[in-house]
Design a protein around this ligand. Sequence first.
Ligand code: NAD
Length: 339
Amino acid sequence: RKIGIALVGLGQYSEGQLAPALEKTTNCRLAGIVTGTPEKAEKWKKKYDIPDKNVYDYKTFDTIADNPDIDVVYVVLPNALHAEYVIRAAKAGKHVICEKPMAMTPEECQQMIDACKKAGKQLSIGYRLHFEPHNQEMMRLGQNQTFGKINKIIAQDGQVQSEDNPWRLGRGIGSGGPIRDVGIYALQGAIYTKGQIPIAITAKFHPITDPKKFDKVEEGADFQLYFSDGTTADCSASFNKKMNKLRAEAANGWFELDPAYAYGGLSGETSKGKMNIDNVPQQARQMDAFAQCILTDTPTTVPGELGMRDVQLISAIFEAARTGKKIDTKNVIQYMDKS
Ligand code: NAD
C-alpha cells in the first residue's frame, strides 16, 4: 500500500521539491493538497491528477479527518504556522511531517509532540539530510572517530536572500531569518558529525550591511558550539553571503563536504581523497523512510524530539547573540541524531 500524503502550503518548496520528489518515491503518493489560492488548486489538480474531494483550503482543512486517502499531512507553511497546523493535523487523526525549523519556541514544540502522542500518530521533521549519503558519511566518520578525535568543526550555510521572500525577511507572518532558515543545517551538521549535543553556545550577529533588506531579521550570525570534551564548532549562517560547508578537523586527518546542504551536487573529500558518493533524491528517501515507519509501526529517526532539540538550541543562539553571554545548553532535550 502507498501512503497518501497531503501537502499543506503550495509554495516554493512544495512546488519545486516535494511534489516532484513524491513522484520518485516507492511507498508514497501525492494524495491531497491544502491551499488558500484557488488558482493553485486548479493547476495542481490537473498536474497531479488530484480529485476534488482531496483538495482543501485552510478553512476546510480539519475535515481531512474524514478522508481515508490521506495518511500523512505534510506541513510546508511559513515557520510561524507550523505549530497550529501540526496540532490540527494530529487532532484530525493524521501522521505528520513538519518542515524545519519545527516551530518558533520549545513550548510550541512540546505542544506539537503532545498532540501527536495523544492522537497516537507519528510526528517527523522534514530533515532531508539525515537520508542523504554524504551527510550520513560525515556522521559515520565523525561518530566512529575514523580520523581520531575531532578537535574542530566548521559549519557554514548562507545564501543571498532575495526581496521577494517576505516572511523569510521577517515581513507579513515573519519568523524567518538566516539562523532558523539555514543556520539550522550548520547547527545540525556540527552535532551529527561530532555525535554529541553541545553543552554551551556563544553567538554574535553579523553587522547589518543592507539596512533596508534587514530591517526585521538579522543579516547573519556566527555561533560557536562547545562540546564536553573540548571540541568546538565554528558555525555561521547568512542571508547575504553564499556558504555551504561542513568540515571536521581531527587528530589524524580531516573530512568535509562542500557543498554540504544543497538539494543535489554534494561533494565530499577527506585527507585521504575524494568521497565518491552518489547524489540521491533526498526528499524521496526522506518520505519513503517515513512511510516505512508508518507501514511497519516503527519510530522515525527524525522525530519531534529532534526538532525540539534544535529549536531549543536556536533559542540559545539568539539569547547568546542578544546578551553577549555564553549560554549553558546542558538542559536541552538529549535526543541524538541517528542516520
Ligand atoms: P514559501 O513562502 O514559498 O511558501 C509558503 C506557502 O505558505 C505559500 O504557498 C503561501 O501562500 C502559504 N501561506 C499560507 N498562509 C500563509 C500566511 N499567513 N503567510 C504567508 N504564507 C502563507 O516558503 P517555502 O520556501 O515553501 O517554505 C515553506 C516551509 O518549508 C518553511 O518552513 C521552510 O523552512 C521549509 N523549507 C524547507 C526546506 C528543506 O530543505 N527542508 C527548503 C525550503 C523550505
